[in-house]
Design a protein around this ligand. Structure first.
Ligand code: NDP
Ligand code: GDR
Length: 373
């Protein structure tokens, strides 16, 4: 029997949670980002109606969704974008009321750690308070018992190494304004779960990459530079701390884990990781190696350089400009709980990830060269 609730705001006639959840409607903040695009693909494949929040921009910002947007003409009621921003509460309430999603994935964020040192307040506003605004928008609409909520938490919460491998029980020690903002978002998600009985989960995801990764994150910066240097389009790649170690997986595997977290009987928090860690310099060696370029390192610390063994040219240089005021030296995750409870396991290994990224950037760089000729 569907029980109709007249909401205090008088805006919505809401059926019972059981009735409400018979539909499959997802709302994604951060849909234009790397993860947003893979998650949209996954949910459309699973038969969801997918709604996304996009920011107004003077330049084109839906490149990662282009292939899906084109399809929209074929399935007009399955995929819709709404203008909005995590800094605008009224807008979030309006979107929730209008879309009436069954699942909300909060992926929107100022997600660059280095940039967060320069834009600390903004990062706090969007990444911390933005999460609160979205949770409150759900409550304002009287949908806190109806909607399942995913929060994009991060291995940056662990920050300074307290123990490895890092799991759901490892204490947090964030090392950047981004990490601190995400710490608030983590706890407000837990708090709303406990205070209001919301189905709200934190996915504590370790780094995940792909050919769609933003170009200023280290893996994509390396894969693009390796492709361009191999084609003679770029002379040298400038990097910061090449001894930092990360647990790198593929974004497509990780969005599958996000979805699984929202299909459980009870809401819980989960780590998604590969259980392997690699230094940035190994990513560099592998990326160039795929293109037949062998690197020899010389010098130390700030003066360290990578030389192309065949030509003797310096093709990688450490540049202090990319150092961070406080660094996260080592991330290594333990995905045992996700493997056990969610039946989730990463499919793409480190070597395959580097290969896929380098080959995609090589193909793109070659087609650009052809276009210019
Ligand atoms: P991206 O940087 O690729 O995407 C971020 C998304 O957030 C973009 O769609 C961006 O929009 C949007 N956004 C930024 N500011 C706002 C705002 N004020 N209001 C609404 N939307 C906004 O990140 P990823 O896809 O890599 O990551 C997704 C989420 O997961 C992020 O929250 C990130 O912090 C977190 N995370 C990522 C990990 C990773 O390794 N990729 C690991 C752990 C957590 P626009 O395109 O207009 O800029
Ligand atoms: P991270 O990713 O900070 O882990 O955050 P990023 O790729 O930016 O840095 C990884 C490591 O590489 C070192 N590094 C450089 N980083 C960048 N961006 N550019 C460089 O030139 C460079 N040289 C060395 C960094 O110092 C760092 O140690 C990512 C983001 O997606 C977050 O949103 C997410 O929460 C975490 O991953 C998990």
């Amino acid at each position: 029997m569907s029980e109709s609730i007249v909401h205090p705001l008088g805006a919505l006639n809401i059926p019972s949670p059981e009735e409400y959840r018979k539909r499959k409607v997802a709302l994604i903040s951060g849909i234009t980002g790397q993860d947003g695009s893979y998650l949209t693909e996954l949910l459309l494949e699973k038969g969801y109606e997918v709604h996304g929040i996009i920011r107004r921009s003077s330049s084109f910002n839906t490149g990662r969704l282009h292939h899906l947007y084109e399809d929209q003409h074929e399935r007009p009621n399955k995929f819709k974008l709404h203008y909005g921003d995590l800094s605008d509460s009224t807008n979030l309430v309006y979107i929730i009321a209008q879309v009436q999603p069954t699942e909300v994935y909060n992926l929107g964020a100022q997600s660059h750690v280095k940039v967060s040192f320069e834009m600390a307040e903004y990062t706090g506003d969007v990444d911390a308070l933005g999460t609160l605004r979205l949770l409150d928008a759900i409550r304002t609409c009287g949908l806190e018992k109806h909607i399942r909520f995913y929060q994009a938490s991060t291995s940056e919460l662990y920050g300074k190494v307290v123990e490895t491998p890092q799991s759901e029980t490892t204490p947090f020690y964030p090392r950047s304004p981004y990490g601190c903002a995400k710490l608030y978002a983590y706890w407000i998600t837990v708090n709303y779960r406990e205070a209001y009985g919301m189905y709200a989960c934190n996915g504590i995801l370790f780094n995940h990459e792909s050919p769609r990764r933003g170009r200023t994150f280290v893996t994509r910066k390396i894969s693009r530079a390796a492709a361009d240097i191999s084609l003679g389009k770029q002379a040298c790649l400038y990097l910061g701390n090449i001894d930092a170690r990360r647990d790198w997986g593929h974004a497509r595997d990780y969005v599958e884990g996000m979805w699984r977290m929202l299909q459980q009987p009870q809401p819980e928090d989960f780590v998604l990781a590969t259980g392997e860690t690699h230094p940035v310099r190994e990513f560099v060696e592998k990326a160039f190696g795929i293109l037949g370029i062998k690197i020899k390192w010389q010098g130390e610390g700030e003066g360290e350089e990578g030389i192309d063994v065949k030509t003797g040219k310096v093709i990688v240089k450490v540049d202090t400009r990319y150092f961070r005021p406080a660094e996260v030296d080592l991330l290594l995750g333990n995905p045992a709980k996700a493997e056990r409870v969610l039946g989730w396991k990463r499919k793409v290994d480190f070597d395959s990830l580097v290969k896929e990224m380098v080959e995609a950037d090589l193909k793109a760089a070659k087609s650009l060269v052809e276009d210019q000729n």
